[in-house]
Structure formats: C-alpha cells, structure tokens
Design a protein around this ligand. Structure first.
Ligand code: HAM
Length: 424
C-alpha cells in the first residue's frame, strides 16, 4: 500500500462513526444538565502554554509533545490535552470578569496528540471529552465534576467502574511533603532510574509516578501525602469524601496516586475499569482534579479550577455489544425504485420531496435494473419502497409498499404530502 495513516492514528469509518456521534451526543446532554456550555479552542498552541502548565518534568512535555517551529519561527505544539488551552482562552478572553456567572463551566471534545507507544486504547492522535469549571473553591464543585463523569459513563451503560480519589493538598502541604520525599529518596539515589534521578530534586512527586519497576519498589514505602496535609487541605478532602458518601457513591482512596500532569492540587481522581477489553488490571478512562494556581501560571488572576478528561477511544472499547449492534444497524425510511429511463424525472422529484418531509431516502445512482434496486432496498433495510414505472408515470401515481407488513397501495403524485405522517 502506497499511503498509510501515520502510526498511532485511526480512521473513523461508518458505521462506527455513529458510535462516536452517540457518545458525543450523550456527553452534550449530560453536561447540559449540569449547566456546562461548549468551548472550542485551537488544536495547536504556543509550546509554553503546555510546558508552563503540564510541567517541564512531566513525560507529556519531555517526551510526548508534537512540537515544531512554524514558518514564522514560533515554537508551536499540537495540544497533548485540553485543560491548558482552555485556561489560556479563559485568561485571554477575561472569562473571569464580573459579567460572567461563577463558576464558569465549560466542556470540549476533540483530538489530542501524544507521542506514545501505541497499543489498545492508547494512540498518538486520540480524542478527549473534557470539562473545566473555574472560580469556586468549594469541595462541592470537585464532587459535582466527579459525579458528572460517573453519570456520563453510567448513562452509556459502562459497567464495572471504580472511582479512585486522592488529595495532593495545597502548596504548604506539598512543600512539606516534597521535603519528606526527598529525605526518603536521597539514600536510594544510586538505585533510581535515570528519569527519577533527574526528577528527584526538581519534582520528587514525579518519582511516585515512575513506570520503572525498581523505582516502584523503592517508592512502596515512601511517606504518604495524607500525613502532610495542612488543616485546610485536610478539611477540603474530608468534605469531598463526606459529599460522595452523602450521594452514595463508592470510592477508594489511593494515597499513592499522583497524576501525569503537574498542575494539580487538592482533589485528584480517576475512574477506572478492571480487566476489560482495555486490558488486564485497572485502566483509567476518565481522570482529573483541581488545579488552583494554573490560571495565574498562565497570566490570569487567582481563580481556581477543576475538571476532567475522558478518553473517547477507551470509552468506545467499553460500549456493550447491544449498544454497538443498535448503533451500527442500518435503517432507511424510503427507497425509491425507478423502472426505465422515462421515469427519472418523477423519481428525482419524489426523492426530493420525501427528503423535504425529513425521511431518510435513497435511490439508484448506477442505472441498475429494477431487480438490483429492490435488492438494495432490502439490504439497506428500507421501511417503505416506492416504485415508479412507465404506467405509474402515465397515471401520475406511484406504488408504495410497507416492507414490514407487505401491504402495497397506489398513491397519487399530487398527494405525496399525505405520507408525511406515515412514520410518526
Ligand atoms: P490525562 O489523565 O492525561 O488528563 O488524560 C485523560 C484521559 O485521556 C485518560 O484517562 C485516557 O482515558 C485518555 N488518554 C490519555 N492519553 C491517551 C492516549 N495516548 N490514547 C488514548 N487515550 C488517552 C488530562 O489530559 C487532563 N487534561 C484532565 C483534566 C481536565 N484535568 C483537569 N481538567
């Protein structure tokens, strides 16, 4: 094959594209119930938008970014995630201004790019559905965000979900914890992987997230963030847990969970699924948390934020068989069969009028014999077949067959409008 798609990308073909539309439509409906509105931001941004936000020691920035200098010499990157661009837009368009109702709640969906090793549910061009809420420090909004992610997945009948939460505390908690981690890890310095050696002093929390087996063994006994929380941070986390309890949501606290992006503090969470088509063990489909300070980092005022991102490709692998079959099955309202060259104008008009009445209508485009046209109507699962031959044309009528009951009747061309209630 001469041309192939780049490694780690996918073509989304019909009828599978219907599953995408279904998921996107459900997301829009769910988020609207929580009063979120859509935001669309560029697919590429200045490199610094991501390096300042995701953190310059994160894998995403150091290893996975699709970045390049454009013809004007600007350092550009394809977005590896949605939050940074949304925060940049929030600041640039002053959405923090008094005319905007707080919290400002937005959602987005679209392609993201990370240079990763492709595998099932992991691509280089992948798609996220994400939400962000700005301007509230209340634990309520952390919980609302989590609930919205859970609601959405439940609406799509994804089963076996596991909610895992943790807190990274506020800046003071983090500073204390950082020092404790460095003190713990320093004696192990020589045993650490090269990545972790480089990160130990710059960002020791990254070491906790290392994929290296030996690093993982070392951090098993590392101190836990929960022992270093300030009173405020503790209070915030307790409220989040209490509210989840009030809503009857099951969750697990994993005090060793850190996220792959550096902008988080306070609540972080992941919605995972165990031993699914995504793979053995827990795989995360939806992840997010609070990021107070990020708006300031990108040049805005002190406004807090919280949100999540959900991997669409992963979600699609989890749709149940029934949903998939329903979405992929074809159904046409009308197929219009024309017999002979002379009737083509009538066919043209009937097809046009049926579409004007909002019926999904098909016809033959290949000058095929009636038998082949009837076969197509069958294949496309048409509910009704209209037939126009020369005698029908002369009588200014057409034949209408109900494919379900087998009933056939004759309808005057001038009365085609009476069909408009047919499928109600
Ligand atoms: P993230 O954890 O990097 O967070 O990504 C969120 C989700 O995107 C993952 O749980 C996964 O389902 C999906 N995902 C990530 N990388 C890939 C990939 N290479 N292929 C397929 N799916 C992938 C964020 O991106 C944050 N912006 C989430 C957020 C929003 N936090 C606050 N607001």
């Amino acid at each position: 094959m001469k041309y192939q798609k780049p490694k780690g990308t996918a073509d989304i073909l019909p009828p599978f594209s219907k599953e995408w539309q279904f998921v996107e439509q459900n997301a829009r409906e769910t988020f609207a119930l929580y009063n979120y509105e859509e935001i669309r931001t560029p697919i590429f941004e200045k490199f610094e938008v991501f390096s300042r936000s995701a953190g310059d020691t994160s894998d995403i920035v150091t290893k996975e970014m699709y970045d390049f200098d454009d013809k004007g010499g600007r350092h550009i990157a394809l977005r590896p995630e949605g939050t940074a661009g949304v925060v940049r837009a929030f600041v640039e368009n002053k959405l923090y201004g008094p005319e905007h109702q707080k919290p400002v709640k937005v959602y987005y969906m679209g392609p993201m790019f990370r240079y990763e090793r492709p595998q099932s549910g992991r691509l280089r061009e992948f798609h996220q559905i994400g939400v962000e809420a700005f301007g509230s420090d209340s634990p309520k909004i952390d919980v609302e965000t989590i609930m919205m992610g859970m609601d959405f997945l439940k609406k799509l009948k994804v089963s076996g979900l596991k909610l895992v939460i943790n807190t990274l505390g506020d800046k003071e908690s983090r500073d204390r914890y950082r020092q404790a981690l460095i003190d713990y890890l320093e004696p192990h310095f020589e045993e650490l992987s090269d990545d972790s050696k480089a990160r130990l002093h710059k960002n020791p929390l990254r070491v906790l997230d290392s994929k290296d087996k030996n690093d993982q063994k070392i951090v098993e006994n590392a101190p836990e963030i929960l022992d270093f929380l300030t009173e405020d941070a503790q209070k915030h986390f307790t409220s989040v847990k209490e509210e989840l309890d009030t809503l009857g949501v099951d969750y697990v606290v994993d005090s060793s969970m850190v996220r792959g992006l550096d902008y988080y503090n306070h609540t972080i969470f992941e919605i995972m699924i165990a031993d699914s088509p995504l793979g053995k063990g827990d795989v995360t489909i939806c992840a997010g948390g609070r990021y107070n300070g990020l708006v300031e980092e990108l040049g805005g005022p002190e406004v807090s934020g919280v949100g999540f991102g959900l991997g669409v490709e992963r979600l699609l692998l989890l749709l149940n068989a029934e949903t998939q079959t329903t979405l992929q099955s074809k159904q046409l309202d009308f197929y219009v069969v024309g017999i002979g060259d002379l009737v083509q104008n009538d066919v043209l008009k009937v097809v046009h009028e049926l579409r004007q009445m909002n019926f999904v209508t098909e016809q033959d485009y290949l000058d095929r014999k009636p038998k082949a046209q009837f076969k197509s109507a069958d294949k496309l699962n048409a509910k009704y077949v209209v037939t126009i031959g020369e005698s029908e044309m002369n009588d200014r009528v057409f034949k209408l067959k109900d494919m379900h009951s087998g009933e056939e009747r004759t309808v005057a061309l001038s009365e085609i409008n009476t069909l408009k209630d047919l499928l109600k």
